[in-house]
Design a protein around this ligand. Structure first.
Ligand code: ADP
Ligand code: ASP
Ligand code: MG
Length: 412
């Protein structure tokens, strides 16, 4: 018999009927003889609702208090699910993040898990109970409630699976698995049977929210097998696993996009050592994460620097950069908060040439202008106008033959 961690996302526990459906699925696993730890998210829309409530009181809510508020969403779900499982005649017990000692640092709203003392969960399993753990939350050394960043219940589930050495971590969501691209944008998207940790990591960090980025990182580091599947049917989903030789044959496995980006350009900056450090140092001090950076070739001792930041940080970044640009004697600061990033991902890129060129050609044919490009071993990303994001995703999906059978070495 196996030890299974199951995680149910917001849509899967979106109302009372769906919670009952989850309870039924959990008890099926119990009836089959498995030990089950369940991690749940807040009911669909609840975290957004709590954030907007906080913003009605304060434009910049105190982050400690915000975490106190946000953690309630998951606390409601665990209590309801526990009752629903009990109503089906099975034993269950709910636990908050602090009760199961999901110990984190004190970075409110984006805390990192430091350790998990899963003793209470193990005891619950030994007692024949289903252990139901609140996702997305932990506790700091100072006993403060913390949250793990949006989508953080995935991380709770994976970390819990590592802590109890579960046989598998099942992520139940509202789609059948990980697709070649967001199936809600491209109906032709194909479900992948398997994807490597590294590809999934790129897909997640480039915008595919089906798994939270840090949860994939954690799964890779601890070798947790992750099965992404639907809570609404019994179809097999997608296994996130270690890379193997067969995976390199597929040139591009998926397309990701992120519409929440903004681009900032500083023109005619003096081209001398220390300038980039001064500029990006000030941005970093404000805890703003810079993504892509492009510096033009210097002309007569001056250069232009462009970079992207999350759109949510656009206004704050513009303010900082304008001040720094003035100090440096730069010419202008140009901002554009209507940009998007589209990316192709695949371990096959390591061994195939011409992949980036094919991407640029496909975008060019649709007259989609590329503003910035960045590459890594297994991805190519382009910054484009936000209004073309969906079109670009569809065009690239087609160009790399992702709708039908995957394009492999043999098929080329
Ligand atoms: P949950 O609430 O269960 O955590 P999320 O909304 O966080 O679910 O993630 C599931 C959503 O991720 C899907 O509804 C889908 O729109 C989106 N998504 C984006 N890219 C992909 C992809 N490549 N494969 C599957 N789903 C994707
Ligand atoms: N409820 C949190 C969120 O909406 C965490 C999660 O769902 O994973 O971000
Ligand atoms: Mg999610």
């Amino acid at each position: 018999m196996a030890l299974i961690v199951q995680k149910y996302g917001g849509t899967s526990v979106g109302d009372v009927d769906r919670i009952t459906n989850v309870a039924r699925r959990v008890t099926e696993a119990r009836a089959a003889g498995h030990d089950v730890v369940v991690v749940v998210s807040a009911m669909a829309g609840e975290t957004d609702r709590l954030i907007s409530l906080a913003h009605k009181i304060s434009e910049q809510p105190d982050e400690r208090e915000l975490d106190v508020i946000l953690a309630t969403g998951e606390q409601v779900s665990i209590g309801l699910l526990s009752m629903a499982i009990q109503a089906l005649g099975f034993r269950a017990r709910s636990f908050t993040g602090s009760q199961v000692r999901i110990q984190t640092d004190d970075a409110h709203t984006k805390a990192r898990i430091l350790s998990i003392d899963a003793e209470r969960v193990r005891q619950a399993l030994t007692d024949g109970e289903v252990a139901i753990v609140a996702g997305f939350q932990g506790v700091s050394a100072e006993e403060e409630i913390t949250t793990l960043g949006r989508g953080g219940s995935d991380l709770t589930a994976v970390a819990m699976a590592a802590a109890v050495a579960a046989d598998v971590c099942e992520i139940y969501t509202d789609v059948n698995g990980v697709y070649t691209t967001d199936p809600n944008i491209v109906p032709e998207a194909r479900k992948l049977d398997r994807i490597s940790y590294d590809e999934m990591l790129e897909m997640a960090s480039l915008g595919a929210k089906v798994l939270q980025t840090r949860s994939v990182e954690y799964a890779k580091n601890y070798g947790v097998p992750v099965h992404v599947r639907s809570s609404f049917n019994y179809n097999p989903g997608t296994m996130v696993v270690k890379e193997d030789a067969a995976m390199e044959k597929v040139v591009v496995s998926g397309i990701a996009y992120n519409k929440q980006e903004a681009k900032i350009t500083v023109t005619r900056v003096a081209d001398r050592p220390g300038i980039a450090a001064a500029l990006f140092g000030r941005v970093a001090e404000a805890n703003i994460v810079v993504d892509m950076i492009v510096q033009n070739i210097s002309q007569d001792g001056f250069t232009d620097i462009s970079f992207t930041v999350p759109r949510a940080d656009y206004a704050k970044t513009m303010e900082i950069v304008k001040a720094v640009a003035k100090e440096m004697g730069a010419d202008k600061v140009i901002g554009d908060d209507k940009t998007a990033k589209v990316s192709i991902v695949g371990v096959g890129m390591r061994t195939h040439s011409g992949v980036a060129a094919r991407m640029f050609e496909a975008l060019g044919k649709e007259k989609i202008n590329i503003m910035m490009i960045s590459t890594s071993e297994i991805k190519v990303s382009c910054v484009i106008e936000a209004k073309y994001a969906e079109l670009a995703v569809r065009v690239l999906h087609e160009a790399f033959g992702l709708g039908g059978q995957p394009v492999t070495e043999e098929a080329k």
